[in-house]
Write a protein that binds this ligand. Structure first.
Ligand SMILES: [Zn+2]
Length: 165
């Protein structure tokens, strides 16, 4: 297995995907986001659009664990540290990506940064095509399993790992 990316390289790869990668106009992809796994039990996830038509970058724990609280094993045992989400937001600002807001983070397993600059239009369009569902089987919507529906996911361009020299 290849070495995992550093968080910085994962961030670079994800931002290039979000802002510079053109999706084919016959591709679609889920709105949840594209995840890039990084070293240190972390991942970054990039969503071109969410409840508003603006991108989100998520930092999270790849393999979360839980410990006992008052209501059973519901307390994150290996959460993000208090500095990780603020650091991600600061890194984005430092690279010229203005931050709308941040939410979650410590003591949870994931934290999110909302960005001001819209993603590449073709990225948003690909998510919109996903939301529209299978055009050949409208009744099955996004849950269709036909070859035509699956092929659209295969045509989508994934984030390419970018490793700094
Ligand atoms: Zn179908």
């Amino acid at each position: 297995m290849a070495d995992l990316l550093t968080l910085d390289d994962a961030l670079t790869a994800g931002l290039r995907w979000l802002y510079d990668t053109e999706q084919p106009d016959n591709a679609w992809m889920q709105h949840h986001s594209q995840q890039i796994h990084a070293a240190g039990n972390r991942f970054l996830a990039f969503a071109p659009t969410s409840n508003v038509a603006l991108p989100i970058v998520v930092i999270g724990v790849t393999k979360p664990t839980w410990k006992d609280g008052p209501h059973g094993p519901t307390v994150p045992a290996n959460p993000l540290t208090p500095t990780e989400l603020p650091y991600l937001a600061a890194e984005l600002e430092r690279n010229g990506y203005a931050v709308r807001s941040t939410w979650n983070g410590f003591p949870g397993h994931t934290g999110s940064v909302g960005l001001v600059r819209p993603a590449h239009l073709s990225q948003v369009a690909a998510v919109d095509r996903y939301r529209a569902g299978c055009q050949e089987h409208p009744a099955r919507s996004v849950f269709c399993e036909c070859d035509a529906w699956r092929a659209g996911f295969d045509r989508a361009a994934p984030p390419r790992p970018f490793v700094s020299a």
